[in-house]
Design a protein around this ligand. Structure first.
Ligand SMILES: CNc1ncnc2c1ncn2[C@@H]1O[C@H](COP(=O)(O)O)[C@@H](O)[C@H]1O
Length: 297
């Protein structure tokens, strides 16, 4: 096995519907094509395209959401995504997804999330720990088991925790519903809230009441921040003091300074930023720069 596959890893920025196998997407598209709901040949190349602009990415998500609408498929993709991360030796996975409501098929945000939990329970390839428990002796034993899993001597175990995403297209009320659901689901591995979605759509202020409520209730918060240039948002997002932010591409010097002072960790999304051409080359990605200019500010 390649060293980088066998190395134990932590994945903190995975969108469920952004992590589906191409083979599964093609299979789902074929089935919908046979039903006449879509034209398979029109979507095949969209699914298989390698690099796409940020705008194209969100069009692809709209297509993916058409393919994965029902509860059964949500359960299936959750199982597969977790198994795929486990097969790459991810030992701690924070999976985020936007709870969806679709009256036409009897889906509520809650039933969507129940389908996700069903998917976690369906994983067979590895042991999945997604129900939080208090730190005690048993926990120390579990972490030993997790470490041992890396040398192949024990059955592998992956710790999974969930973040419920708010999509920037949603309303304040829908976002509050998501936060309430997250609070109800704390017992089944939900640890926080993510604000994501097309950064060119909507305003983050719309979600402030929901995010403040989540913060007051002790949920962890991560915000997609600075994925596109938006001076009106970056600073107030940092002032909000989320536990983490995602991307942090278009930051001015002063914003880097504030980020550092506030000690807010960044979920670096190297592959995504290069593939979507948000950053033209890896040589100038802020991850590489962090040891020089950024950290020296
Ligand atoms: C490329 N950078 C990105 N920036 C912002 N939001 C993103 C994203 N990639 C994914 N999402 C968010 O995650 C959803 C898909 O997963 P779920 O349906 O929630 O599982 C997308 O619809 C978008 O809201």
């Amino acid at each position: 096995m390649e060293w980088w596959v066998s190395m134990p890893k932590i994945e903190l920025h995975a969108h469920l519907n952004g992590s589906i196998r191409d083979s599964t997407l093609l299979e789902l598209a074929r089935v919908l094509g046979e039903k006449g709901a879509i034209v398979f040949s029109d979507v095949e190349h969209v699914i298989m395209k390698n690099d796409r602009s940020l705008g194209e990415v969100f069009k692809l998500f709209d297509l993916i959401h058409i393919l994965t609408t029902d509860h059964k498929t949500v359960t299936r993709i959750t199982k597969e995504v977790v198994e795929d991360f486990a097969s790459e030796n991810v030992v701690y996975l924070e999976l985020r997804t936007t709870p969806k409501k679709n009256d036409s098929i009897g889906m509520s945000k809650q039933s969507y999330m129940e389908a996700v939990i069903e998917g976690l329970r369906a994983v067979t390839a590895v042991d999945i720990d997604f129900v939080p428990h208090k730190i005690n002796t048993q926990d120390s034993l579990n972490s030993i088991a997790m470490n041992d899993a890396c040398d192949g001597t024990r059955r592998k175990k992956t710790y999974v925790r969930l973040l419920l995403s708010i999509d920037r297209r949603e309303t304040t009320e829908a976002a509050i519903e998501t936060v309430k659901l997250a609070l109800e689901m704390r017992g089944v591995g939900v640890v926080g809230i993510d604000l994501s979605g097309n950064p060119d759509v909507g305003e983050w202020n719309t979600f402030l009441p929901a995010l403040k409520f989540a913060q007051e209730q002790g949920l962890y918060i991560t915000l997609h921040c600075g994925e596109v240039p938006n001076r009106q948002e970056v600073q107030p997002m940092l002032d909000f003091l989320p536990q983490r932010i995602g991307h942090a591409i278009f930051f001015e010097e002063e914003e880097w300074r504030q980020l550092k002072t506030s000690k807010i960790p960044v979920e670096i999304c190297l592959t995504s930023n290069i593939k979507t051409e948000s950053i033209s080359s890896i040589d100038i990605h802020h991850f590489g720069l962090s040891s020089t200019s950024i950290l020296s500010i």
